[in-house]
Design a protein around this ligand. Sequence first.
Ligand code: CMP
Length: 140
Amino acid sequence: MDLKKTLSIIKPDAIASKCQGKILDYLENKGFKVIAQKKLKLTRKQAEAFYEIHKDRPFFSELVDFMISDNISVQVLEAENAVSYYREVMGNTDPEKAEENTIRKLYGSNIQCNAVHGSDSEENAEKEISFFFNKIELIN
Ligand code: CMP
């Protein structure tokens, strides 16, 4: 089996609505292994750096405000084809367009408050994992 890793964030909306445990249960039932996890509150500078790729998009400042509005919980998930598999189980960015029984359909409210983030490529997964976790935290 060719196991890969992806970065997941349980966003402030899902933390506030106490859905963190349900989302982690869902992920474990889908076969993901949680390799590392931490809870934190991003600073504005950290959120801007994480979402730098979106800095020219019209929703950037709202996205940053939202991501620093409360704690987040960040996970490194392992599974076969973890990046594409996680994107499949998250569902469409917009919960209204997401398929039934995807995380965003179940726990998201709108395109901003969409419960979770997942890396969009293996290259970005590596960058995003090392944004939040150092080498020793990933040894298990
Ligand atoms: P995420 O997977 O974390 O990656 C970037 C985030 O920007 C995305 O989820 C959404 O939460 C947010 N986003 C994307 N498009 C829009 C939009 N049109 N309006 C507001 N937020 C958006």
